[in-house]
Design a protein around this ligand. Sequence first.
Ligand code: WT7
Length: 675
Amino acid sequence: MSPVSVSTNRVVPGPQEPEEKTYHPSDGLFTDAHVPDFDAYLALYKKSTEEPEEFWADVAQEFYWKKPPSGPMLQYNFDVNKGNIYIKFMEGAKTNICYNILDRNVHERNLGEKVAYYWEGNSPDHHQNITYNQLLRNVCRCANALKLLGVKKGDRVAIYLPMIPELVYTMLACARIGAVHSIVFAGFSSESLCERIMDAQCNILVTADGVYRGDKLINLKKIASEALERCKESMASCVQKCVVVKHHAFRTNTDASNKLQVGQTVKLYGLLTVYDGFLAGKNLNRANVKFSYIQHLNGVLHTVTGYMLYTSLTFKYVFDYHHDDVYWCTADIGWITGHSYITYGPLANGATSVLFEGVPVYPHVGRLWEIIEKYGVSKFYTAPTAIRLLMKYGREPLQRYDLSSLCVLGTVGEPINPEAWLWYYDVVGQQRCPVIDTFWQTETGGHVLTPLPAATPLKPGSATCPFFGVQPAILNEHGEELEGEAEGYLVFRKPWPGIMRGVYGNQERFESTYFRKFPGFYVTGDGCRRDQDGYYWITGRIDDMLNVSGHLLSTAEVEAALTEHPSVAEAAVVSQPHAVKGECLYCFVTLKDHKEFNRTLMEELKRKVREKIGPIATPDFIQNAPGLPKTRSGKIMRRVLRQIARNEKDLGDLSTLADPKVVEVLFSQRCEAAA
Ligand code: WT7
């Protein structure tokens, strides 16, 4: 089956608008690419869908198996009318993910001396290189420490740590023992931490004394102990032990560590172990460890085998990974992006990665570019929200650094508006590097729609084509499949190895969230358009769509039109009830530095949207938004914006907001009347 019908010729820039052009910048850059051209992609894709057993068996060969699979590679049911939903991949196989991503590199591939991580702290003065030998040793020490504390196979371990090497040691120590790690992003409140500890029924918590994020000191130990108090009050407390890592920043800096102690009465349960070194111990015998699985936010459950193969393979192809690469993903390991593409995927390939603790603009707005120069980063992976933030500061901060080592630029997290895509391409990549827009979800485990650097001609704003083994389809409201150029619900008709296996302890939620709406398909919840070339364009979450006078509009498209205006840094669009049209558009725009919000600008923005999409999409309201309410992973919280637009003051739970203060500001600047 051919997913697309794209012409592979390099497109000569013509009279088209830049965002409507096709880009194929990789000529000459990828002389030894794993997938050298589009025909090679099509051939591999065909094999992956027509002969999946052989395809995945080939991939699996590279790994260590304590016991090979006993049955077929893949068994599944996606149809709720035919019984329970299940996905089984390599049923009966036994392996250890930690052995495969560490010991195998050291003992079988001779990569012991290779750097696994360049750790770069929040402060530029803190950094550390960790080789595969050192990583393996520290993971073994940590595993032994956890075992001494009573952690066994199948136990759940809550990890509430900042982006320090100990976070990687602890998660891999769990994988080594066969315990389940549930990593909670270290920006979450005590309430959220408590909730997640209870959801996963964790019996041990690993945290740190504190951390600096930019110049802000965060007292993690205090938040953790509040969370444990809270768990205890709810009578559902399961945490027996809490381990506190002493953060690098406080090992020598007594001033800061003293500050942390002030006013604190930490009462942790059971044993409180402060470790700044790990217990020494001999390596675990690989035959002792058989099976482990991991779990993320929302109870999404992943299993070892499929997840390992899928993150490893996507990492290799999507970043066209080679052994001399220095790879950097700016996500936090608390999110799935960090699990898959800072820890498991890169390590399975024996890659060298940057592990960055800090924030993009501290101590100066050129920090990311400085790090790229410092380590000679060749493959860089970030989110549209970070790109838009950095765009605000213009080209100057980049011009101070040598970015010539870069050759692939990746993005993930939300639809990337063509304006940001082009800036990433022109200014960061100097028109040399393909921009790889990877569409995926916590639930998919790894990339599912994505270009491949040397193979796929690019279109700004499109996640392009399916990865190997992935079979997308577009359905209309009635569940009918749409062929050719179409817009509707994005679904997948078959599982791939990385897909989630369930919701922890809740089969009902698993089935109702992802499979009930359209029996026979996995439903992503995203809207999507397929163009005449077979390229996929994500239009945003279905729940965020607007219906204006009977026309379905995607928020992503209107936002892309608004951000094309040279004064606009970021935009978010929500629906507002309208007496005549049913719904109308309420737009929030964040301007670039030193730009003025006035009537002329409003008129220009309205014109822009009319021209790009049509008069039907003309915004009724345009509000100046100095900031937007975002989750800590950078996603805009549209629910909150809808409530601001409607002047509904009862906002409910805001604990996942990165900066709750913006909400007040936005309320105070609401548009009362249509623009
Ligand atoms: C949702 C998944 C995948 C890791 C980070 C987020 C949106 C993600 C893209 C993209 C358009 C995207 C979708 C998706 N999304 N990547 N390249 N283009 N939209 O994981 O929190 O599970 O969110 O993020 O809406 O469903 P997540």
